[in-house]
Design a binder for this molecule. Structure first.
Ligand SMILES: C[S@@+](CC[C@H](N)C(=O)[O-])C[C@H]1O[C@@H](n2cnc3c(N)ncnc32)[C@H](O)[C@@H]1O
Length: 343
């Protein structure tokens, strides 16, 4: 006789939550900026989420794709932001209502991400959770600038450190050191590194907006950087070590043309040649104050998908620099572009 096995179906998170239990929380990393650096697992839970609480360094372009209620917890200027205690309370409040909550953090939740504090709260409250790792800024910066963090015969150890607060700056004895949170403390870190005995010829790189369309890399030696005027780089990483010798100005990411798409299907631009920045028409109309405007200084081409998008774009930008080429989806859009920008 044929044996029939009854397969136990694993309940989905939705069934678990609707079975009258408390909600469920995913503490997930969103990666360093390029929305495509999200893991497939994070993408899946974001699709299932009722609420997404997201940080400052998470790209708005990324969260916009998901239907969940979105709560911004970041710290951009001129907008309300939540302190860590309030964030913990918000996560718990939504979870106790039986919701599936995704706490989405820049990079990886456990690298200078305060994910540890959030799970302490969830443990205390008896709320179920999972942690989904993300690509940390150091890994993103390394890949997108072609600076390997370790390299045979050049660097066999690497440390991740913080540049803030100044009193906590450490200088470990590794071949490569990556400092996070150095926006206004680059010089303090470099002074400590020099005081720690590293040669003035040690190579240094600052990588700003790593993996994003507006990524910039500044390189030099320890002595050169210390002589430069103090500057604020945000968000940025400071990388120290001989591995920086591998950096080239013309890296694979910098070679790509940066195209700003206002609506339309981004697949019309091949990922091999372009970095696509999406600006939905709704966003161009100015949806919320914390979304940083796209910096046209880094854009090579703009694609307009409709006359509405042109008009909304006009509310954000008074003009389009001549150096930027423009393309429009149809004749009506081209007419609107001519009317608004004379292009
Ligand atoms: C609070 S920490 C969060 C780090 C994050 N959890 C991670 O794993 O990347 C914020 C710092 O991460 C670094 N950072 C995050 N995103 C970055 C990016 N796209 N480019 C350069 N640095 C970045 C900066 O040093 C910034 O000050």
């Amino acid at each position: 006789m044929k044996e029939h096995r009854i397969m136990q179906k694993t309940p989905s998170i939705r069934e678990h939550v609707t079975a009258g239990k408390k909600g469920y929380v995913y503490i997930a990393g969103a990666g360093p900026g390029d929305p495509e650096l999200l893991t497939m697992k994070a993408h899946r839970v974001l699709q299932e989420a009722d609420v997404i609480l997201y940080d400052d360094l998470v790209s708005p372009e990324l969260v916009e794709q998901y239907p969940a209620e979105k709560v911004y917890t970041g710290k951009r200027k001129d907008s309300h932001h939540l302190e860590q205690e309030e964030i913990n309370r918000e996560i718990v409040r939504h979870a106790l209502k039986g919701k599936v909550v995704v706490r989405l953090k820049g990079g990886d939740p456990f690298i200078f991400g305060r994910g540890g504090e959030e799970i302490d709260t969830l443990r205390r409250e008896g709320i179920g959770y999972e942690i989904i790792p993300g690509i940390t800024a150091a890994h993103g910066a390394s890949a997108y600038t072609e600076i390997p963090l370790t390299m045979r015969k050049v660097s066999s150890s690497v440390a991740f450190c913080t540049g803030h607060p100044v009193s906590r700056i450490q200088v470990p004895d590794t071949d490569t050191i990556v400092y996070y949170m150095v926006a206004s403390t680059v010089h303090d870190v470099l002074d400590k590194v020099a005081a720690g005995g590293r040669s003035g010829e040690t190579k240094v790189a600052v990588v700003q907006n790593a993996t994003c369309y507006n990524q910039q890399t500044f390189t030099g030696t320890l002595d050169e950087f210390r002589r430069r005027e103090r500057a604020v780089y945000s968000p940025s990483l400071l990388i120290i070590g001989d591995n920086i010798g591998h950096f080239i100005e013309n890296s694979w990411h910098s070679r790509k043309r940066k195209v700003l798409m206002t609506g339309g299907d981004s697949r019309r631009y091949s990922g091999t040649d372009y970095v696509v920045v999406n600006l939905t028409c709704r966003r161009a109309a100015g949806s919320s104050s914390h979304e940083a405007p796209v910096d046209l200084e880094f854009i090579d081409e703009i694609y307009f998908s409709s006359p509405d998008c042109v008009r909304n774009f006009r509310r954000l930008y008074a003009s389009i620099p001549d150096r930027i080429s423009v393309a429009s989806a149809d004749d009506l859009t081209a007419e609107s572009l001519m009317m608004e920008f004379g292009r």
